[in-house]
Design a protein around this ligand. Sequence first.
Ligand code: 5GP
Ligand code: MG
Ligand code: MG
Length: 183
Amino acid sequence: MDSQDLGTDIERILVTEEQIASRLRELAADIDADYAGKDILVVGVLKGAVMVMADLARALHSHVTMDWMAVSSYGSGTQSSGVVRILKDLDADLTDRHVLIVEDIIDSGLTLSWLIANLNSRGPASVEVCTLLRKPEAAKVDIDVKYVGFDVPNEFVVGYGLDYSEKYRNVPFVATLAPHVYS
Ligand code: 5GP
Ligand code: MG
Ligand code: MG
């Protein structure tokens, strides 16, 4: 693979930079309205949610505290293992806090349902979820995701924080990869 040229690795753009920016402003307005007068503890799930966190947090007018958690579910491949491990826990105490989990993508929903249960066990006032992307499988799982950016087809996507073997996170849009990347 020619690592000098991201461009030839991209197959198809699914969500453009402009679409992401404008959708995140809409979601931020919804969140501000829903949390009026409340402080929000925004929990970003590393590493994929870094871009969403940065742009969503800046679009919010609410008082926000940002914290981060790192969990592992996929390893370096493209298949969900169903096994979730905490690689980095939160610094914050969740007691009586309004927690908003920020995710890059929900696929099987395994990671998220585990995370919601884990955070709920720490005595928060509320736990809600905001994800930039959602795949069709996620709709079958019984998790209440209050804020969804875009529904995307069941394809492996990269960009805007999402990686393939730790690459492509810096691609500013969401796209599929050309077949030669995987071979
Ligand atoms: P789930 O547990 O919902 O199946 O997967 C959640 C995690 O898997 C996401 O936070 C992300 O790290 C990874 N993931 C799921 N689908 C994709 C995808 O299409 N592209 C990338 N890069 N990661 C994905
Ligand atoms: Mg994620
Ligand atoms: Mg990944």
